[in-house]
Design a protein around this ligand. Structure first.
Ligand code: MSP
Length: 510
């Protein structure tokens, strides 16, 4: 039963301010991967949501003079609205202020207490509210008299309070063994090495409760403590699938998760703390954590203080959602940081979508309308030249699947757009307009082959540009049930129905 199920998640976002391009990027990557697994025939569960507890959110609400829950409601709604704007195919949107989540976090806490992994003590040390993270002395530096985290650059403050601790130090060895036995648990590889060398230094016990504020999930049986926001947040991946009800259908079908898509800044939480909590609670571990790089604007990480924030909603209004999705996946090398700019977005839309894929569809469909009574011509004699394009694509399918399953989306998209480029060339070189009188059979073979390749390319583009690729498959009357990778090889085209209306798919950007 579980073989064909696939569970994929995005990070859950802090509703501390409106969503920006970095958040949109994490969600789009996860959506492309989720849609691809559907295309492969998997039963996919795709989760996203908001991470609403902790001092960061409490302070942000106070700054805005708002009741904390109301503040969360307002901003969480913006993230939920964004899922529609980005055309995400998520099955659920979890909020950590929901009852179902409290139940799940309490259950996990109780398991950690029962296994003897939690004890009460006092925390003295540095804390970054912005990262909601504890830092050791050697992880901070002083800049202009202010103590900051060396990695994130965020300001840290001194904390001294009673706290529960999780015995993380007990898990270093087991984590290292786990990484060794599961070499693809952390990807990309460069990130894995960072994590391993951190764990190899030896882990310290982790403070997992706070007493100096109240915006969180109370510790069971000691309500003056709230549970550390990261222990709370990570549990969202379980609470959305009914944990602690491990007999529920959704839990049984989807846990352990197949892939947590996250940004590289939150790798430590997902690749160290999360598996340690789960091992201690005797819950199976997720199969993979993929840490993508940052979206840079003007070569810098986007931040409110620098003022270089790109608003995805504005960009989508001006350029279109498929255009943005395509650009982010094609031009930002997944796993590395990537600068984005409107100039590059424009070039990408014009070169790949308008002049290449859009143009291919447009010219083939217009030709059919003018010369073939607006129906895809039938044909049973093909030259080797006619068959070359689709044969190459079909032969590549196992490799294409491998690329996506290794999260190598850039190479995948480059290959797919190359098929489109080659098809345009084939159309030019065979000059079907000159064949109508000379050799109708040959003309039909060319048009048939071009449409078949448009169908195949469009199926492969469905995860990335779902609106446009579906529109094209609608025009050539491909039934929904055939919009699957397996149907790339079946080659059935509809010759009876007229093509749907052709509209300009990708306007060129001036
Ligand atoms: N709430 C935590 C995640 C908890 S998951 C159990 C959090 N939230 S966040 O809103 O700050 O960030 C969520 C994701 O957005 C992170 O993976 C982060 O890397 C990503 N991005 C935020 N800014 C980014 C860029 N500039 N570029 C790419 N992604 C970045 O962390």
């Amino acid at each position: 039963m579980s073989e064909k199920n696939y569970y994929i998640t995005t990070p859950i976002y802090y509703p501390s301010g409106k969503p920006h391009m970095g958040h949109a990027y994490s969600s789009i990557i996860a959506d492309v991967l989720a849609r691809f697994k559907k295309l492969e025939g998997f039963n996919v569960y795709f989760l996203t949501g908001t991470d609403e507890h902790g001092l960061k959110i409490q302070r942000e609400a106070e700054k805005n003079n708002k009741d904390t829950q109301l503040f969360c409601d307002e901003i969480s709604k913006k993230f939920k609205d964004l899922t529609k704007i980005l055309n995400l195919s998520n099955n659920d949107f979890i909020r950590t202020t929901e009852k179902r989540h409290f139940k799940s976090v309490e259950a996990l806490w109780n398991k950690l207490v029962a296994s003897g992994d939690i004890y009460l003590d006092k925390y003295n040390g540095w804390y970054s509210v912005s990262d909601e993270a504890y830092y050791d002395e050697d992880e901070i530096e002083q800049i202009d008299g202010i103590k900051k985290s060396k990695t994130s650059g965020s300001t840290v403050e001194w904390v001294e309070e009673e706290s529960y601790f999780f015995k993380l130090s007990n898990w270093s060895e087991k984590l290292l063994n786990f990484y060794k036995a599961n070499p693809n648990f952390i990807l990309p590889k460069s990130r894995k090495n960072e994590v391993i060398s951190f764990v190899e230094k030896g882990l310290k016990d982790l403070s997992v409760s706070r007493t100096s504020f109240s915006w969180g999930i109370p510790v069971p049986k000691n309500e003056k403590h709230v549970i550390y926001v990261w222990l709370d947040a990570l549990t969202n991946y379980l609470s959305a699938i009914d944990y602690p009800d491990t007999s529920s259908k959704i839990y049984k079908s989807f846990w352990p998760a197949d892939l947590h898509v996250i940004g590289k800044d939150i790798l430590r939480f997902h690749a160290i703390y999360w598996p340690a909590f789960l091992m201690a609670a005797n819950i199976p571990l997720p199969k993979r954590v993929f840490g993508h790089g940052w979206i840079l604007s003007d070569e810098k990480k986007m931040s409110k203080s620098i003022g270089n924030i790109l608003d995805p909603i504005e960009i989508i209004k001006d350029y279109g959602i498929d255009q943005l999705r395509y650009y982010l996946i094609k031009e930002v090398s997944l796993g590395n940081d990537g600068n984005v700019s409107l100039e590059n977005l424009t070039n990408c839309i014009n070169n790949d979508l308008a002049n290449n894929y859009g143009n291919l569809c447009q010219r083939v469909f217009s030709f059919i309308k003018k010369n073939c009574s607006n129906k895809i011509p039938k044909c049973d004699v093909f030259s080797s030249e006619d068959k070359k394009l689709t044969e190459k694509l079909k032969k590549d399918i196992p490799d294409l699947k491998k690329l996506v399953n290794n999260q190598d989306l850039n190479y995948y998209i480059k290959k797919v757009i190359e098929y489109s480029f080659d098809s345009n060339k084939y159309f030019n070189d065979t000059e079907p307009w000159s064949l109508k009188k000379k050799d109708l059979k040959k003309m039909n073979a060319v048009i048939f082959s071009a449409v078949e390749q448009i169908k195949n390319i469009s199926i492969l583009l469905l995860p990335i540009i779902p609106n446009s690729a579906n529109k094209i498959l609608d025009i050539i009357n491909v039934d929904n049930e055939f919009r699957q990778i397996v149907n790339i090889t079946s080659g059935s085209l509809n010759h009876d129905k007229e093509l749907g209306n052709i509209e300009i798919l990708f306007k060129k950007v001036e």
